[in-house]
Ligand binder design. Sequence first.
Ligand code: TYM
Length: 327
Amino acid sequence: MRTIFSGIKPTGHLTLGNYLGALGRFVDLQHEALCVFSIVDLHAMTVEHSPDRLRELTREAATLYLAAGLDPDVCVVVRQSAVGALHAELTYLMECTAYVGELQRMIQYKEKGRGRPKTRASLLTYPALMAADILLYGTTHVPVGDDQKQHVELTRDLAVRFNRTYGEVFVVPEMMDAAVAARVMDLQEPTKKMMKSTSDDSLGQIRLLDPPDVVRRKMRRAVTDSDGVVRVDRDGKPGLTNLLEILAAATGEESVETVAARYASYGQLKRDTADAVVAVLEPLQKSYADLAKDPAAVDAILAAGADRARDLGTPYLAAAKEAMGVG
Ligand code: TYM
């Protein structure tokens, strides 16, 4: 039996990158396995944060999960902090399994924290929390975007090390890559990953809640190049290739090259990509508007998700503690 776990951290407004790399895939996967999809709010506190904004963004992300089509009767939708005791306790066991050196080698720590004043200790131990998220549920598969590869690999290493040292407790999980658009790039700086959006006027990111006219404007203004030839070339033509990948992912096509072969002009490609993204986002936004009217219903779904997550996670935590000598 396959068990899938994945999470998104509410550090900003979710973008098309989060959808194509993660959320949109969760919706398809929910029917294929036992799935736990978490809004990982504890991870959002590893960098400076505002409590009120975190609460708001957590609610927005939970509502987006449901609006995108996650069905709480089919999969578990949960806020990480609602089962925080389990995640935190297993994190400590993971911190007693991981080495400082391997945590310091994580790209995210190097980019966001190492050597900077006021770096939170939790940014360094972030991968232990992420490993705990995954291992707590006996996860076999982890659907994530390309940028999470190093974290999933460390999780595998920790599971193997734990099992070898203390006995077989954890399932060693596998990463599930996205077929296309595993790394959606910023529309203005296409050599950088599209990050979650925190400012209102950024042209580089498409938010899941951007109205159609805003999506079309951002696509029209997307940075490309001046040679006018439509072909896939991630290094030489990153902006154009990003549009092709977005179009392929939004329309469910597996081959970016096949998509490229249909286009002779950048203008038409941009228009069609905008249309395809709007077609994905419009139903999600309608559903979001309905769900947002009834926050109590969203809370009830999250409360039920927390109960189910607790039931699923408790035996793994108990077995890990027992194996380590603190059961
Ligand atoms: P986060 O919140 O940065 O991103 C959530 C998911 O979206 C994917 N993603 C992208 N995919 C394609 N293109 C992009 N531009 C893009 N930006 C983000 C990410 O790969 C991810 O799948 N550490 C994780 C959250 C996490 C987690 C977990 C994930 C915590 N515990 C356990 C899986 C399992 C993170 O910061 O994702």
